[in-house]
Design a protein around this ligand. Structure first.
Ligand code: PLP
Length: 316
């Protein structure tokens, strides 16, 4: 059952509260890419969002909720990347403290960005259990509001501003949307928002091939590994949030596209060289879905370029 905490009303509320602080990100197109793909592609540039990813949308909504509804002094999360940066930024924007639990092996550049946005960083062992336990313990001690990266209603409701913007900017032009799936926070947000408002638009979930999301949505069979070995570091989590699964089952069953590591690399190269946008591999994953596996009926598609936080020396 879809949680009653997730609703179009909450999504509209979140959009209204956050839109004057967030960027309305641009849409880019390329005739060259359209020729290669064989369809019109509209790139929604979330790599140009505050903090370099769509995560700023849900994080800002969560920080506002922590302050207004729960009167918390601060927010806390576990993260090795974009979620932590987004939450640290959001907390600073609205005047809350922020603590982040970061696995010891996280890239130095990511924790440096968290420090820069003013967060306290606490290191832990690099396992999912250590991250979650350390975070819950600290949240209790500090009295901070714990913002889960994807299995979190305020994140899911907050990300929907991306859906509203897509409908406003190109809703009359597109027949489908391609997006990358990690824990499913962004995917379930867009699927719920657009699936309810515009059921004629197909939402395709693009995953690294080891994730086996089709098995999960069709037969409840969970991927046997904990972490995926993929270049798309934003979607290494193998599972899907319990809040996200019923939404994806209802709106995106049989709309999963699995891509290989090589296809993700080729997609990064195409976006860098043709669109001239330095996105991260997790953003290119969504494009790989349409570039290499386009369903024949897809003629006009939005591709969400979900992030651009890539190390300075990264070469695909
Ligand atoms: C750039 C980027 N894209 C996609 C995702 C996946 O988002 P979700 O876990 O909501 O599916 C993440 C997660 O951190 C991310 O950083």
């Amino acid at each position: 059952m879809i949680s009653p905490e997730i609703s179009l009303g909450e999504m509209r509320n979140a959009h209204q509260k956050t839109s004057n602080i967030l960027h309305k990100t641009p849409i880019l197109t390329s005739e060259n890419i359209d020729k290669i793909v064989g369809a019109h592609v509209f790139f929604k540039c979330e790599h140009l969002q505050k903090t370099g990813s769509f995560k700023a949308r849900g994080a800002l909504n969560s920080a506002i909720l922590a302050k207004e509804k729960f009167a918390a002094d601060g927010v806390i999360a576990h993260s090795s990347g974009n979620h932590g940066q987004a939450l640290a930024w959001a907390a600073r924007e609205i005047g809350l403290k922020c603590s982040l639990v970061v696995p010891k092996n996280a890239p130095a550049s990511k924790s440096a960005a968290m420090f820069e946005y003013g967060a306290d960083v606490v290191y832990c062992e690099p396992t999912a259990t250590a991250r979650e336990q350390t975070c819950q313990k600290l949240a209790k001690e500090l009295g901070f509001y714990n913002v889960e990266p994807f299995n979190c209603a305020s994140m899911i409701n907050g990300h929907a501003s991306l859906g509203f913007e897509i409908l406003d900017q190109i809703g009359d032009k597109i027949d489908s949307i391609f997006l990358s799936v990690g824990g499913g926070g962004m995917a379930s947000s867009i699927a719920f928002c657009i699936g309810n408002l515009r059921p004629d638009i197909n939402i395709y979930l693009v995953e690294p091939e080891q994730k086996k999301l089709n098995d999960l949505l069709s037969n409840d069979v969970i991927c046997p590994v904990d972490t995926l070995n993929t270049i798309a570091d934003g979607v290494r989590v193998a599972r899907i949030g319990s809040l996200c699964q019923p939404i994806l089952k209802q709106f995106c069953n049989h709309k999963v596209i699995s891509v290989s590591e090589n296809e993700i690399r080729e997609a990064v190269k195409l976006i860098w060289t043709r669109l001239k946008q330095r996105v991260e591999p997790t953003a290119a994953l969504a494009f790989a879905g349409i570039a290499f596996h386009r369903p024949a009926h897809v003629k006009n598609a939005a591709v969400i370029l979900c992030g651009g936080n890539v190390d300075i020396d990264f070469i695909p």
